[in-house]
Design a binder for this molecule. Structure first.
Ligand SMILES: Nc1nc2c(c(=O)[nH]1)N[C@H]1C(S)=C(S)[C@@H](COP(=O)(O)OP(=O)(O)OC[C@H]3O[C@@H](n4cnc5c(=O)[nH]c(N)nc54)[C@H](O)[C@@H]3O)O[C@H]1N2
Ligand SMILES: Nc1nc2c(c(=O)[nH]1)N[C@H]1C(S)=C(S)[C@@H](COP(=O)(O)OP(=O)(O)OC[C@H]3O[C@@H](n4cnc5c(=O)[nH]c(N)nc54)[C@H](O)[C@@H]3O)O[C@H]1N2
Ligand SMILES: [Mo]
Length: 742
């Protein structure tokens, strides 16, 4: 069906004139229902609030309990009843961000033409901002079609569900996020291709003997996770860590497989070679429940320990040792990284590592990898909780999917994901496919060669973004910026921990900031029917979502604070693939085309991609650029672009780009600890950093972080031209560089 024909009826009547008469805006009066009334403390009332830290990924939802007087928070502490109840340095620093004097607190519009040195930002009312935005949205749709209006959320995951709902009712499938540009959805695709369902791994259970930590940096996880690893180690669980760097997880490992970046598929083939040769694998499981094992076994024949060592740099005896240890299971993995996704063989590397679980039959058995079955309708990671919130069926309509802007460039991604891949955005603008941008938490510097993207944003007819802060690097290419309420100031979304769900009790937003959910819902009320958008009230929306689950309501979850609620309907037990619980049709097996776990992916075969998770070499190192650059490993006190100047306490710990370099590589270049160094690649530079001489990185590899701007911006060293063909993701962890003393 033509997307245009599905345009919601109200918009037909909501002409430009109506918008300016502001009828729809008047309907946005705050709700008077007591259930939905905002906390309204008197000036000197002391009260306790609850929220979640949103510093790293809006994913762990580490609980914050806070103490407030009136509307001012004066102290925070760990929220003991929350599943993630330890705060890290980033969490403790969040009050500095809440009360940062630089916060964006009022809607602003530009007054000078795009490309001017100074956009001339001036304050406008919400009414005026909404009117300008809505009028542009409708006019753009009328002239160029709904898909020419792009909706986008950066790393912030919490705002996503109502934005996706807005895109859906507006009729645009150009719904993009940082996760469709980059991040760990590449791993998620690998999991789904292998198992028919996402599975990022789990913690070792009481029966687990071996824990494989795949490309997972403990600094990227909540503190409780690391405590869990130490406890497992203390009770005798063996640890295999797969990481090119000597991370904390590598330091405590029984076997550290310190492979070269991007060689995971070769390593997995080498381990599988040993498992087969020494007859350690689970033949019965593989025969009954997997697809394509014979072809994969044949592929692995060439990967003798010696050959694998040559490719991966891991000594042959370690490969054998790891295989034998893994076979002593049951074993389970954790694989939460974005790092595996960000090279040109990212998905296949991920797939190969994960299949080590299947080869040993550690699938949904005690001590192995659990496959939890969530309550019906519960979304895994979209923060909207229930699929009706985003209307999954609309997004999954095959014709609409094919009409999406990314269908030619990344057909596998297009077929599997409801988010559109935005990495060809500059080309879309050039070809007139996208005219308007509606963004939340937008950072142009996530991309390689960010200047190319920034220029494309400047060429749009219109763009706006909601953010905590004014970010000139991204926002100066836009027309309007909207002040987003911070984690302490919002009701939505919930904290989600599998089927456990926590409500919040927030402060009122400072200035005229509004929660992201409110902004998206209110805009929905203006461009579509207010009843589709809960009259703009996030709590009404949260209540509607929770009522999808038996016996749940927002009021109930709010009243039980500080306790955390549980949604009913999870399916428990082991070997659920035998009972039919893993497939929508109720038949035994897995939700893949073959009904089994797939060594040979039938989805990939259909799209002409190698169905086996095979190894492919990375971009070659050269004399000119002899070092592999890991551009983005996580640090305990840094998150992307956002925990730098916003939380000055963290700037005290590190105030500029640091470059990890092995002592041997440093020595031959005459580089010493603390030296200023310059990085170059075939695509850009020099980029300026400060050297940290450390064995954290092996010889031949250097590490750094992206997110610093100006002459410290490592994205300028990256290329747009080299991507993972399955996801279209840029290769942040692959580009060869050189480094010299400044
Ligand atoms: N402190 C902090 N925490 C964060 C974030 C943050 O910015 N700061 N960001 C959040 C977000 S959005 C994400 S996506 C996650 C990311 O979380 P992670 O992916 O866990 O973090 P990284 O440190 O980028 O990568 C993990 C490890 O992968 C290794 N690695 C790199 N290349 C390869 C490879 O080719 N093969 C293998 N086997 N290993 C490789 C790196 O050396 C690193 O130690 O973290 C989240 N948490
Ligand atoms: N070289 C390299 N590039 C990478 C990566 C890498 O490892 N290396 N990692 C990739 C990954 S995994 C990720 S997740 C991305 C990071 O994705 P980015 O989108 O760059 O993430 P941030 O910089 O954290 O946030 C972007 C903006 O959102 C604002 N913001 C934060 N929270 C909210 C909110 O709740 N609401 C609103 N309205 N605004 C908010 C912040 O102030 C900031 O301006 O970068 C990707 N790019
Ligand atoms: Mo990410």
């Amino acid at each position: 069906m033509n997307v245009q024909q599905r345009r919601p009826t109200m918009t037909v009547h909501l002409t430009r004139r109506a918008l300016f008469e502001s009828a729809a805006l008047a309907a946005l009066a705050p709700s008077a229902s007591p259930v939905f009334a905002a906390t309204n403390p008197k000036a000197d009332d002391e009260w306790t609030g609850y929220t979640f830290c949103d510093s790293c990924n809006h994913g762990p939802h580490c609980g914050i309990k806070f103490h407030a007087r009136g509307n001012t928070c004066h102290r925070i502490e760990n929220w003991a009843e929350n599943p993630n109840h330890f705060l890290c340095s980033k969490g403790w620093a969040t009050l500095q961000r809440l009360y940062n004097p630089n916060r964006l607190l009022y809607p602003m519009k530009r007054t000078t033409p795009k490309g001017s040195k100074d956009p001339g930002w001036v304050r406008v009312s919400w009414d005026e901002a909404y009117r300008m935005i809505a009028a542009k949205m409708i006019a753009t749709r009328e002239k160029y079609g709904a898909n020419s209006v792009m909706f986008y959320a950066g790393d912030p995951k919490e705002p996503r569900a109502p934005i996706q709902r807005l895109a859906r009712y507006f009729g645009s499938s150009t719904w993009c996020t940082e996760s469709s540009a980059a991040c760990r959805s590449g791993c998620l695709i690998g999991e789904t291709l292998d198992f028919g369902v996402e599975n990022i791994g789990a913690a070792p259970g009481p029966k687990t003997k071996v824990f494989m930590i795949c490309a997972t940096n403990c600094w990227s996880k909540p503190i409780g996770w690391w405590n869990m690893v130490l406890a497992a180690k203390a009770r005798g669980v063996k640890i295999i860590t797969v990481d090119p760097r000597r991370t904390k997880a590598a330091e405590i490992a029984d076997v550290h497989l310190q492979l070269k970046v991007g060689t995971d598929a070769a390593l997995a083939a080498g381990i599988t070679h040993v498992l087969i040769k020494e007859n350690l694998y689970d033949r019965a499981f593989v025969e009954k429940w997997t697809h394509g094992f014979e072809a994969y076994a044949k592929y692995c024949e060439a990967f003798t320990p010696e050959k694998t060592a040559e490719i991966t740099g891991v000594p042959a005896e370690k490969i054998v040792e790891a295989a034998r240890l893994w076979a002593q299971g049951p074993g389970v993995y954790i694989s939460t990284p974005q790092s595996l996704s960000h090279n040109s063989n990212g998905v296949q590397n991920t797939r190969a590592l994960l299949m080590l679980i299947a080869t040993m039959g550690y699938v949904d058995v005690e001590g192995g990898l659990p496959f939890p079955i969530r309550p019906k309708g519960l979304l895994g990671h979209a923060f909207g909780l229930h699929e009706d919130m985003i209307d999954s069926a609309w997004w999954n309509d095959p014709e609409r999917r094919r009409a999406r802007l990314d269908s030619q460039a990344v057909p596998v991604w297009n077929a599997m994901m409801d988010q559109c891949s935005p990495n060809d955005f500059p080309e879309w603008v050039e070809e007139g496919k996208v005219k308007m941008f509606c963004g939340w938490g937008f950072n142009v510097n996530i991309w390689p060669q960010p200047e190319t993207y920034r220029k494309a944003f400047e060429k749009l007819d219109f763009g706006f973004a909601a953010d905590y802060f004014y970010r000139p690097a991204s926002h100066d290419a836009l027309d309007i910026i909207l002040p987003a309420a911070i984690n302490y100031e919002r009701y939505a979304p919930f904290g989600a921990y599998g089927p456990r769900v926590a409500a919040r009790r927030p402060l009122k937003p400072l200035g005229e900031a509004k929660e992201d959910w409110r902004i998206a819902l209110e805009l929905g009320c203006v461009v579509d029917k207010p009843e589709n958008f809960f009259e703009g009230d996030p709590v009404k929306c949260l209540d509607w979502i929770l009522r999808k689950f038996d016996g749940c309501s927002w009021e109930k979850f709010e009243t039980m604070l500080p306790k955390v609620g549980v949604l009913p309907g999870s399916v428990k037990g082991f070997k659920k693939y035998e009972t039919g619980a893993m497939r929508p049709d109720g038949k035994p097996g897995f939700n893949t085309p073959s009904g089994k776990i797939e060594y040979e992916s039938e989805v990939l075969r259909k799209f002409g991609v190698d169905p086996l998770p095979t190894y492919k070499p990375m971009m070659p190192l050269t004399d000119e650029y002899p070092l592999r650059f890991i551009n983005g490993t996580r640090k305990p006190y840094i998150t992307h672009s956002k925990t730098r100047r916003d939380q000055p306490y963290l700037m005290e710990i590190e105030d500029r780009l640091t470059i990890d370099i092995n002592p041997k590589d440093a020595e031959i270049r005459g580089i010493r600890e603390g030296d200023d160094v310059l990085l170059t690649s075939a695509y850009g530079g020099p980029v300026r950093g400060r050297a940290t001489v450390t064995i954290l990185v092996p010889v031949g590899t250097i590490g750094g972080q992206y997110g610093w701007l100006g002459d410290m911006n490592t994205q300028t060293l990256m290329t747009r031209g080299h991507r993972d063909p399955i996801t279209g993701y840029p290769c942040y962890f692959e580009v060869p560089v050189n480094v010299k003393k400044a």
